[in-house]
Design a protein around this ligand. Structure first.
Ligand code: PMT
Length: 215
């Protein structure tokens, strides 16, 4: 199968030298890319800036901002059999980015932010993707309930929900624990190395017993 995977954080420019970002290390998405390549899939990894090495045998596209990630996904997703969206994409970005560095002046500074495009939410309706769609849900409360809503709203086949309020799993840790919400069932994947969860997710893409999304 041809598999597109997003990973890592995005960087939203404030001015030429500053940006907004988050704590995603890319470990989860890179582990999925590695597992998918080992399973014999043709993998395209689209990633924000991380300190990780690109897994062997994986095609790689480096992006910075949410808008760049949107454009890269829109270009490639329609040709893919599966899309796995592990990136922590900024939900908001500065409305205006000045060409010059913002100078220190007043005691406070207000930044106006505007919504970014929802890449996962555009996969079905806007990008016309008909393959197996996996979204992630980074939650700090009502993890399962929010993941179920995401599954419906975004037309996913699977939502992998992790509790990012915990320090031992989620962002920048080596392990993860997740609730896997399919269209017909929910499973708990107990705390384990991200590599193990990655292999499990890869084994599920288009796997037996999973109902592929139909319009
Ligand atoms: O990178 P690590 O340090 O290993 O951390 C792993 C992780 C915690 C980042 C990962 O497991 C995870 O949960 N990734 C999703 C993070 C996130 O942004 O979740 P969300 O609930 O805000 O977004 C839901 C889904 O929509 C995600 O699939 C996300 O990729 C996607 N999204 C979000 C915003 C946006 N503008 N476009 C998107 O496609």
């Amino acid at each position: 199968m041809k598999v597109l995977i997003t990973a890592g954080p995005t960087r939203e420019p404030i001015d030429p030298v500053r940006y907004l970002t988050n704590r995603s290390s890319g470990k989860m998405g890179y582990a999925i890319a590695n597992a998918a390549a080992h399973a014999g899939h043709q993998v395209l990894l689209i990633s924000g800036p991380t300190a990780l090495d690109v897994p062997e045998g994986v095609d790689f596209l480096q992006i910075e901002s949410a808008e760049e990630m949107y454009q890269a996904v829109a270009d490639y997703l329609p040709r893919m059999d599966a899309g796995i969206f592990a990136a922590a994409v900024a939900d908001y970005t500065p409305a205006v980015v000045p060409e010059q560095k913002i100078k220190k002046s007043d005691d406070s500074l207000t930044l106006k932010l505007v919504k970014t495009k929802d890449i996962l939410g555009s996969a079905r309706e806007i990008m016309g993707f008909r393959g197996f769609l996996v979204g992630f849900a980074a939650e700090t409360e009502n993890v399962e309930e929010n993941a179920k809503l995401k599954l419906q709203k975004k037309g996913c086949d699977l939502v992998v929900a992790n509790d990012v309020s915990r320090r031992d799993i989620g962002f920048d840790s080596s392990d993860n624990e997740a609730i896997l919400v399919f269209r017909d069932r929910t499973e708990l994947f107990e705390k384990a190395p991200k590599h193990d969860l990655a292999m499990y997710i890869v084994s599920m893409i288009g796997g037996a017993g999973v109902t592929t999304f139909k319009h």
